[in-house]
Write a protein that binds this ligand. Structure first.
Ligand SMILES: [Zn+2]
Length: 442
């Protein structure tokens, strides 16, 4: 018998090429961080001798969720200020708190909290936009989760950077430092077209191209942003970015709600992706639009949670459910974004957005072993006729039991393997007190 690291035995293994509503039970052999074989349980049982045997009886076995847009180190701002318009929320609450508290230690601690929360939600990789990426990288590695860390670029001084040039050299340094790291990638993340002038947008693009890394930007999040862009540049946001060659690099757009058909065509043509953030858009009343023509034009969609300060959770299952239902209502069409399509968007769509569809996003031999196991033996999950329907409309993250990233178990039966959960909770309480104190003194 061949020695392997992990055998996941006898689960409903999701496969986007197979049309069955409940997949036939299969097993997965994992070796050296990758999927070695997917096959019938009896065949794999006699072939492999695993170090870890994970029983997946009555469990859905699927690729880990991909969070295509978030701000992981905003964890401690969860619930700090709610029920406010975007600009008031940002300028009166979030930015003052960030000005006061952002430091390497704060980011490291808050990011660890966010990484833990993401693993509990079955997320195996996240596409981040924030500051002090080195510290977030340390926390992601500690938790055992993959991360694409977009260092935020703004014209104004931020965190400990005096100007964008300092950020560009930081990204270059970090890219070099982590270039052989299995879990960590860096990215260039110009915050938005209203915080980054043309010069820094072009420099961001050039750096991303030079290093062969991702470009990640907030775009067309509000109607106001689109109107201002037309006033200033005589063009809509996607047309403006296209005019400066932005899409010559691999781009992920967060939000992308207010796009006309020409903009959708540009994105499809340039293979740029959108990270949908429905909960955040609804909560901040940034608006929402039908994605039907986006899909018709072939724009790649993925799902983001946005930061917990605006969502206020990191559940991809909840995002799938709310996005699917909202789009059905908007289009007066219950067939749009059906459950199977939603699951594909939350996994393979995310992998395409991050330019990693050859490595992750589906369960196939040779791909990296980022796998989650979800129980279906509970009142909420039974009876089960279609695993995709169950995932999108019935289950919650509570049913996600085991999480494997890069062939390593990072959550076993809902307990985090690499993180002391009590310590995390104590830290969150400590920072909550400090933030309340700061707010009462200003
Ligand atoms: Zn965001």
């Amino acid at each position: 018998m061949q020695k392997i690291d992990i055998l996941i035995e006898n689960g409903f293994v999701l496969n986007f090429e197979d049309n069955s509503e409940i997949p036939e039970p299969k097993s997965i052999a994992i070796q050296n961080g990758k999927i070695l074989e997917i096959g019938f349980p009896n065949d794999l049982k006699i072939k492999y001798n695993p170090e870890i045997l994970l029983s997946a009886n009555s469990k859905i076995v699927m690729p880990g969720f991909i969070n295509a847009h978030t701000h992981v180190a905003m964890s401690y701002f969860k619930g700090l200020a709610d029920d406010l318009p975007l600009m008031e929320w940002l300028t009166k609450h979030i930015w003052p708190a960030e000005n006061k508290f952002l430091s390497k230690d704060f980011v490291r601690d808050a990011a660890l909290h966010g990484c833990a929360e993401m693993i509990k939600n079955g997320i195996t990789i996240f596409n981040d936009m924030y500051f002090f990426g080195d510290q977030t990288a340390q926390s992601a590695q500690k938790a055992g989760i993959r991360a694409v860390l977009g260092e935020g670029v703004l014209d104004a001084p931020v965190a400990n950077y005096q100007n964008a040039n300092e950020i560009f050299s930081y990204i270059e340094k970090m890219n070099e430092k982590y270039k052989d790291n299995e879990l960590i990638d860096f990215a260039v993340a110009p915050h938005a077209i209203y915080t980054c002038g043309k010069e820094n947008l072009i420099k961001s693009k050039e750096l991303a191209q030079k290093l062969g890394i991702l470009l990640h930007i907030h775009l067309s999040e509000t109607r106001q942003e689109v109107e201002n862009c037309i006033k200033q540049n005589g063009m809509r946001p996607v047309e403006y970015l296209d005019s400066i060659g932005f899409f010559e690099s691999h781009v992920v757009i967060a939000h992308g709600i207010w796009l006309n058909e020409n903009e959708q065509k540009i994105l499809a043509d340039k293979k740029a992706s959108i990270a949908i953030n429905t909960s955040s858009n609804l909560k901040l009343a940034s608006g929402f639009d039908s994605f039907k023509s986006y899909l018709d034009h072939g724009v790649n969609l993925s799902i983001g949670t946005d930061g917990v300060a605006s969502n206020n959770n990191l559940s991809i299952i909840e995002e799938m459910s709310i996005t699917s239902k909202l789009q059905k209502a908007l289009n007066n069409d219950p067939t749009i974004l059906h459950a199977r399509k939603m699951v594909e968007i939350a996994t393979l769509g995310g992998a395409k957005a991050l330019n990693k569809e050859n490595e992750i996003g589906s369960l196939e031999p040779g791909k990296k072993a980022d796998v989650i196991l979800i129980e279906t033996d509970s009142i909420e999950a039974q009876p089960i006729y279609n695993v995709y329907s169950q995932l999108v409309y019935s289950l919650s993250s509570e049913q996600i039991k085991d999480v494997i990233v890069a062939g390593k178990v990072v959550m076993k039966d809902r307990k985090l393997v690499n993180i002391d959960e009590e310590e995390l909770i104590d830290k969150a309480k400590y920072y909550q007190k400090k933030i309340v104190e700061f707010n009462s003194n200003r």
